[in-house]
Design a protein. Structure first.
Length: 192
């Protein structure tokens, strides 16, 4: 096996998700993932500390992009407008590989309690990144937390729609995430 090949991280993620789907998370070993990806086990460990970490690959990047989009919003932007700009920033970084992998990753998470727990931690981290960015803009804490939670839910709903909808629909993730954010905002205002 070659010591280095382009896109190693992505190949490891795809290999893991495919193996999780084929034989389950618990039955999948790091050695199998590395073999399927065409790398050595030591290469796997240069990219990830364990197989659970495959699920959160890119979390730091997503958090950073969300925070940057929020921070760069115009000074007069509402908290939800700023969150929408963060969602647009993240959507711009996601391409066809993310769209293709989405349903398989969702199935792998649904089949494993351990992956569900790790996914929940990832979601907490993304919401915290948005909340922190909103607080830095001077948004009151309760408002920042609520806007961040709505942003997270919009991202998840938009991502699900984008990955599960008709592949001929060329509207990107940003379209779906922002539509979900508008729906959630309307639902929140109807609570009374």
């Amino acid at each position: 096996m070659a010591r280095w090949q382009p896109e190693t991280t992505q190949r490891l993620i795809v290999a893991a998700v495919d193996l999780f789907g084929e034989q389950g998370y618990d039955a999948t070993t790091v050695a199998q993932i590395a073999e399927r990806a065409g790398v050595t086990k030591s290469t796997f460990f240069r990219h990830f500390s364990d197989k659970r970490e495959l699920l959160v690959a890119g979390q730091e990047t997503l958090s950073r992009l969300l925070a940057e989009g929020i921070a760069e919003a115009p000074a007069d932007a509402t908290p939800l407008t700023a969150v929408g700009l963060g969602l647009e920033r993240v959507a711009g970084a996601m391409g066809p590989a993310n769209r293709e992998l989405g349903p398989r990753l969702k199935a792998a998470v649904a089949a494993s309690t351990e992956l569900q727990e790790r996914d929940a931690l990832k979601n907490i981290g993304l919401a915290a990144a948005m909340s922190t960015a909103l607080l830095a803009r001077g948004v009151p804490e309760a408002t920042a937390q609520l806007a961040a939670e709505l942003g997270l839910l919009a991202f998840k709903r938009g991502f699900a729609r984008w990955t599960e909808d008709d592949r001929t629909d060329d509207r990107g993730l940003a379209h779906h995430a922002l539509a979900a954010l508008r729906e959630l905002h309307a639902a929140a205002t109807s609570l009374g």
